[in-house]
Design a protein around this ligand. Structure first.
Ligand code: COD
Ligand code: ZN
Ligand code: ZN
Length: 377
C-alpha cells in the first residue's frame, strides 16, 4: 500500500539536549509539501560534524534528528518536484544548489545562497517548518538533511539523484566526508601531476584528500598524524611517506621543508585542530605553496593564529565547503566515478552498525578506533 500523502511512523535517533546521547525514538514524518522530497533512508555515515552538533561547537536548534552523510530511495514527492521521482536513489545535500543565485552561477563557488541551514541554522526546511514530530513535539531538521532516521524530508534543491546501481551503504560517504576530502585536493587545491603534497590528519576526510592527491597524479604524498595507527590505512589509499610530528624536535614545517626542498606544493589541514593550520601553511613552499584548511571550519567560534610573515611571499591559504563541489550537479558524477572505479571509498568504512547503535558509532569515532562508521537504517 502506498505511503504517499500519509504520515509515516518510523525510528530515528533524536538528540534532545546537547552533550547527551541520542535516544532511538518512534517519530512521525509528515508528507512532503511543494518542492520537497520524502526519502526512505538506507544508510548514513557518522561524521565529526554530527558530534560537533552534540557538543554545541556547531550550533543547531534542538531537539533534532542529526546526520548529514546519507543515501536513500525517494518514497514520495511534493507538488512541483521534477528533479526526482519515487524509486530514485538519492543523496541528501547539506549544501544545496538552487542553480539560480549568484553563487550557483559563479563557476568557482558552491556555497549557494540557500545554504542558510548551514550558516544560520533554523533547524527547519526552507519554508521555516519541520516535518518531524515525536511524543507530540516538533523535532528540528539538521542542515537540510537529517539522515539518522528511517525517513527524512528535504527541499528539492537539497537532493541529488544518483546511479540506480550504486551501493547505498558505500556511496553515503559521498554525501560528506569523502567529497569534502577528495574535492579539497582535485577541486579546491587543484593538485597537479608530479607535485608534492602533505596531508595533516588521517581521519576519513584526510584519507579522502590522499585519494584525491593520488587521482590527480601527485608524485609524493606525505601523510602527517600524531596517531601512528592511522599510517597503514594512509599507505593503502596512496600515501608515499608517513610522519609523526612528535618524533622530531624541530617543528613539522621544518621537517617537511627538509624532506621536500623548501616545502610541498600543496598542503591540507584536516585535523579539526586550528593550531595545525599554521604548521600546514608553513609546510607549503613559500613561493607558490597552496594550503587548504578543512578543519578550521570545525567550530563556528574558533579563531586562527598564524604568523603573518608566512604571507611575506606567494603562499595561498584557502577554505572551502564540501570540497568545492556544486552538489546537485557534481555529487552524481562522483557516484558514477566511484562506480567506474576511478577511486575506491570502501577502505574508509571500518565499521557497519545499525541505527539503534548510533551512540556506539559516535563513541567509536571519538575514541579514534574507526575511520568511518556506516549505520544501516
Ligand atoms: N597534527 C597532525 N595530526 C593531528 C593533529 C595535529 N596537530 N591534531 C589531530 N590530528 C589527527 C588526529 O590524530 C586524527 O587522526 C586526525 O587528525 C583527525 O581525524 P578524525 O577522524 O578526527 O577526523 P575526520 O577526518 O573524520 O574529520 C576531520 C575534520 C577536520 C574534517 C573534522 O574535524 C570536521 O568536522 N571539520 C569540519 C569542517 C568540514 O568541512 N567538515 C566536513 C563537513 S561536515
Ligand atoms: Zn560531515
Ligand atoms: Zn544557489
Amino acid at each position: 500500500m502506498s505511503t504517499a500523502g500519509k504520515v509515516i511512523k518510523c525510528k530515528a535517533a533524536v538528540l534532545w539536549e546537547p552533550h547527551k546521547p541520542f535516544t532511538i525514538e518512534d517519530i512521525e514524518v509528515a508528507p512532503p509539501k511543494a518542492h520537497e522530497v520524502r526519502i526512505k533512508m538506507v544508510a548514513t555515515g557518522v561524521c565529526r560534524s554530527d558530534d560537533h552538533a552534540v557538543s554545541g561547537s556547531l550550533f543547531t536548534p534542538l531537539p533534532a534528528v542529526l546526520g548529514h552523510e546519507g543515501a536513500g530511495i525517494v518514497e514520495s514527492i511534493g507538488e512541483g518536484v521534477t528533479c526526482v521521482k519515487p524509486g530514485d536513489k538519492v543523496i541528501p545535500l547539506f549544501s544545496p544548489q538552487c542553480g539560480k543565485c549568484r553563487i550557483c552561477k559563479h563557476p568557482e563557488s558552491n556555497l549557494c545562497c540557500q545554504t542558510k541551514n548551514l550558516t544560520q541554522p533554523k533547524g527547519a526546511l526552507l519554508d521555516g517548518t519541520s516535518r518531524f514530530s515525536c511524543r507530540g513535539k516538533p523535532i528540528h531538521h539538521f542542515i537540510s538533511t537529517s539522515t539518522f532516521s528511517q525517513y527524512t524530508v528535504v527541499d528539492d534543491i537539497a537532493v541529488a539523484k544518483i546511479d540506480a546501481a550504486a551501493p547505498l551503504d558505500k556511496v553515503c560517504l559521498i554525501g560528506c566526508g569523502f567529497s569534502t576530502g577528495y574535492g579539497s585536493a582535485v577541486q579546491v587545491a587543484k593538485v597537479t601531476p608530479g607535485s608534492t603534497c602533505a596531508v595533516f590528519g588521517l581521519g576519513g576526510v584526510g584519507l579522502s584528500v590522499i585519494i584525491g592527491c593520488k587521482a590527480a597524479g601527485a608524485a609524493r604524498i606525505i601523510a602527517v598524524d600524531i596517531n601512528k595507527d592511522r599510517f597503514a590505512k594512509a599507505k593503502t589509499v596512496g600515501a608515499t611517506d608517513c610522519v609523526d610530528p612528535r618524533d622530531f624536535e624541530k617543528p613539522i614545517e621544518e621537517v617537511l621543508s627538509d624532506m621536500i626542498d623548501g616545502g610541498v606544493d600543496f598542503c591540507f589541514e584536516v585535523t579539526g585542530n586550528t593550531e595545525a593550520v599554521g604548521a600546514a601553511l608553513g609546510s607549503c613552499h613559500k613561493d607558490h605553496g597552496v594550503c587548504v584548511t578543512v578543519g578550521a571550519l570545525a567550530s563556528f567560534t574558533s579563531t586562527l593564529s598564524i604568523r603573518s610573515h608566512l604571507f611575506f611571499s606567494g603562499r595561498i591559504l584557502k577554505g572551502s565547503i564540501l570540497g568545492g563541489w556544486k552538489t546537485k550537479e557534481e555529487i552524481p558524477k562522483l557516484v558514477s566515478d566511484y562506480m567506474a572505479k576511478k577511486f575506491n571509498i570502501d577502505p574508509l568504512i571500518t565499521h557497519t552498525l545499525t541505527l539503534s547503535e548510533a551512540n556506539e558509532a559516535v563513541q567509536l569515532m571519538k575514541s579514534g578506533q574507526c575511520i568511518r562508521c556506516v549505520l544501516l537504517l
